[in-house]
Design a protein around this ligand. Sequence first.
Ligand SMILES: C[S@@+](CC[C@H](N)C(=O)[O-])C[C@H]1O[C@@H](n2cnc3c(N)ncnc32)[C@H](O)[C@@H]1O
Length: 274
Amino acid sequence: MLWHRGGYARRKIDVLQRESARGYGIRRGGIGELAQIMEGCGRKIGPFDCCTAIAGDCLDVMAEMPKGLVPLVIADPPYGSGGRDGSVHLENPTIALNRMSSDSYIWFVRQYAKQLFRITTADAHCYIFSDWRKFTHVRTAFEVSGWECRQLIVWDKGVGMGEYWRSSHEFILWLSKQYPRKLTHGGCFNVLRYKGVYGKAKDHPAQKPKELVRFLVEASTKIEDLVIDPFFGSGTTLVEAKSLGRHFFGCDINPDYVAMTEKRLSTVQLAMEL
Ligand SMILES: C[S@@+](CC[C@H](N)C(=O)[O-])C[C@H]1O[C@@H](n2cnc3c(N)ncnc32)[C@H](O)[C@@H]1O
């Protein structure tokens, strides 16, 4: 039986028991339901299968999703921050949007901020990654789309790129609509320290550390809640959501990253079966 074998499954049961004790008990089908998440839950999100990673432009994908469904968004879009001439970044198609002007970038953020507003629940949490150059644009675009920026979280990466003042942090804007659901961790500090992903561990040029993303998923959802990431890259959000027994869904415009994410998601499944 999937849930009763191996150390990983044992830890999973510990998580379930801990969350039950906190009042986030297992609802509906209990452990059987969670096992289904690991294997494809069979639910639908508009025309899409829940608990899948799909290829597509997030604006098109979100336009097909029903309104008021999603309690947690974790989005790590292209930062639109430029890059020095001659930098490898300018030729890299995965971060091609880096060349957008400020006006174009605000327009782009507004398009997805409006869709996110439509598809989320009234008490939703929304985390958007950004950097020091463009976080004000992101904040403005979200606020004119109906969102309220409630916190600017600093992700301290430990080491920094560049010259002069080397950037060793990035930002995560925490946004809500009206009254956000409570954080499951109680109060959290707004500086999060997690080492960045470097070297052989890195599958995507902008990959985020799984521990950081896991912390956000745990802080803002209960077991079986739905987590979406409209720019999933190497799939970090979906993998962490899945391993925590959350429903998940997301897209990326680059089919290579979709294949990478599907592979990572299947590894989560295999880990459960050990
Ligand atoms: C910063 S990366 C995400 C990295 C991810 N958080 C991770 O840990 O691997 C942004 C991703 O957005 C994707 N992207 C860019 N424009 C998009 C769009 N309009 N719709 C969906 N995905 C898009 C890119 O292909 C890229 O993989």
